[in-house]
Design a protein around this ligand. Structure first.
Ligand code: SF4
Length: 428
C-alpha cells in the first residue's frame, strides 16, 4: 500500500546558506540592457577606469549611435578628497545635457569607488533634478560590486523610479522588468486578446509613458531579481501577484493566468487568447527537449533566474537539477516556481565558491550554468557549461521564445557531444 500525498515540490526544502567568496559581475552590467530599453535615458556611472572598461567591453563599441551611457571617471584627487566631487559632477552633467537635449531621464549610477568615498549621489540627484526639472528627471542608484550582483543593478534602477511614478486609483495591471521590445509587444497582444488593453510596463520605452501606480494597481514581475522594486511598489499600495515566471509554455500560461484572474478576465476568454501560443510552445520545446531529457543540471548562483529556469528545465524539458544555487532566494517571489520543481535538488543561497566547485566536481553534472569566470575552468575539466549572462542578453520570456530558451541549454550539450565524438580522450 502506498500513500499518495501531493508534493509541494521544493517549497519547504531546506536551503544551504553560504556566505563565502563569490564570483559574480557587479550591477553596472544591467546598464547594457536598460539603456537599450529606455530610449530617452542616460546612465552616468560615477566610477573608475575599471568601471568604464567593464561597460565598454560588455556593450561593445558603438560607432554610429550616440551612446546613452558613460562614466564620469574619478581621478586620484577625487578619491583623496582633494577636489569637490559634487562640483565636478555638476559640470559634467551640465556639459552632457547641453549636448544631448534628447535625454529625459538621467541616472547617476554609484560604483565601488563612489561608495568607498561615500559620495552622496542621492543628494546630487536631488540638486540636479531641481536644476533641470521639468525637462530632465535625475535619479540615482548603486551598481557597485560591493552592494550588488549583476541583475540587482536593474532592481536598484527600477526601485529608484517607483517614488516618482504618478498616483492613480484606477484598476490596472503593471508588468515589471525590462523586457526586449519584441517580447513586450507579444505580451501586450496576448493581454489585449483577453480584453486587457491598457496593461502598462515598467520601465517604459520613454519617460512620458511611465505607468501610474496606486492601491488598485496589481503587478506581475517579469524577472525574479526585482525584490526591492516589488517592495517599493507595495509601499505605494500596489499588490504583487505571485506566479511562476513566464519561461516556457506552462510558465508563461501560469504567469498570464495570474494576471488575467486578478483583472477579472473570464476563463473562456483567457483560454481563447492563450491556447494556440501555449500549444505551439509545447511542440517547439518538445523538439529541443530531446537533447535535454534525463540530463543532470547544476546551477551556480549568478542571475537570480536560477529557480524559475530550474523549474522550466525540469518540468518542461525533463532535466534533473542536482543543485540550484541562487544569490538570494526570496520565497515570496520565486515560491510558485519552487513549488513545481520535482525531485530533491540541493537548494543553495549565496556562495562559497570553492566548496561549491567541489560539489560540482563530485556530482559531475551534464550541464553547469555559471558565470564567465567559472566556465573556462569547468570546461577544461570536461564539464559542459552555459554562461548565465547570456540569459539576460537574449529574449527568453513568453511562448515565442520558449524553444529558443531550451535551445540555449541544448547547444553546449550538443557541442560537448561533438567534442567527445572527435576527441574521446577529452570525454572524462
Ligand atoms: S562598480 Fe566596482 S566591481 Fe563594478 S566595474 Fe566598477 S570597480 Fe569594478
Amino acid at each position: 500500500m502506498s500513500l499518495d500525498v501531493p508534493s509541494a515540490g521544493c517549497q519547504d526544502a531546506p536551503i544551504l546558506k553560504e556566505r563565502g567568496q563569490r564570483e559574480v559581475f557587479c550591477g553596472l552590467t544591467g546598464i547594457i540592457w536598460l539603456h537599450r530599453k529606455m530610449q530617452d535615458a542616460f546612465f552616468l556611472v560615477v566610477g573608475s577606469r575599471t568601471c568604464a572598461h567593464l561597460l565598454q567591453s560588455a556593450a561593445g563599441v558603438m560607432i554610429f549611435a550616440e551612446p546613452r551611457f558613460g562614466t564620469a571617471i574619478m581621478e586620484e584627487k577625487d578619491l583623496a578628497g582633494l577636489a569637490d566631487a559634487h562640483e565636478e559632477l555638476d559640470r559634467e552633467v551640465a556639459r552632457l545635457l547641453a549636448r544631448r537635449p534628447d535625454i529625459k531621464q538621467l541616472f547617476l549610477v554609484g560604483s565601488c569607488p563612489s561608495e568607498v568615498i561615500k559620495l552622496d549621489l542621492a543628494r546630487a540627484a536631488e540638486r540636479l533634478s531641481e536644476t533641470y526639472a521639468p525637462n530632465v528627471r535625475v535619479l540615482n542608484y548603486s551598481g557597485s560590486g560591493i552592494e550588488t550582483t549583476f541583475t540587482q543593478g536593474e532592481d536598484a534602477c527600477l526601485a529608484s523610479m517607483v517614488p516618482d511614478l504618478a498616483e492613480t486609483s484606477a484598476e490596472s495591471l503593471m508588468i515589471v522588468g525590462a523586457l526586449p521590445d519584441v517580447v513586450e509587444d507579444q505580451f501586450r497582444r496576448l493581454f489585449t486578446a483577453m480584453g486587457l488593453d491598457d496593461v502598462r510596463f515598467l520601465p517604459a520605452k520613454e519617460a512620458a509613458l511611465a505607468p501610474s501606480v496606486g492601491r488598485n494597481t496589481r503587478f506581475l514581475l517579469a524577472q525574479p531579481f526585482l525584490g526591492d522594486t516589488a517592495a517599493a511598489l507595495e509601499r505605494r499600495g500596489a499588490q504583487h501577484l505571485a506566479a511562476p515566471f513566464p519561461f516556457g509554455a506552462d510558465g508563461t500560461t501560469g504567469w498570464l493566468r495570474r494576471g488575467a484572474e486578478a483583472m477579472g478576465v473570464a476563463s473562456a476568454d483567457f483560454d481563447a487568447a492563450t491556447r494556440i501560443g501555449h500549444e505551439r510552445a509545447v511542440q517547439a520545446v518538445a523538439k529541443v527537449a530531446e537533447t535535454l531529457r534525463g540530463k543532470s543540471l547544476f546551477f551556480f548562483p549568478d542571475s537570480q533566474l536560477e529557480i524559475p529556469l530550474a523549474r522550466f528545465l525540469a518540468t518542461e524539458c525533463g532535466m534533473v537539477p542536482l543543485e540550484v544555487g541562487s544569490p538570494y532566494i526570496h520565497k515570496g517571489i520565486v515560491g510558485a516556481d519552487l513549488a513545481l520543481i520535482p525531485g530533491a535538488p540541493l537548494l543553495s543561497e549565496g556562495q562559497d565558491v570553492d566548496l561549491q566547485l567541489e560539489r560540482c566536481r563530485t556530482s559531475r553534472p551534464d550541464l553547469s550554468v555559471c558565470g564567465l569566470g567559472l566556465a573556462n575552468p569547468l570546461e577544461a575539466e570536461g564539464l559542459a557549461t552555459k554562461w548565465a549572462i547570456e540569459l539576460v542578453f537574449t529574449p527568453i520570456h513568453g511562448y515565442e521564445q520558449a524553444a529558443d530558451l531550451a535551445g540555449l541549454f541544448a547547444r553546449p550539450l550538443r557541442r560537448r557531444n561533438m567534442i567527445e565524438a572527435i576527441h574521446p580522450a577529452r570525454a572524462s
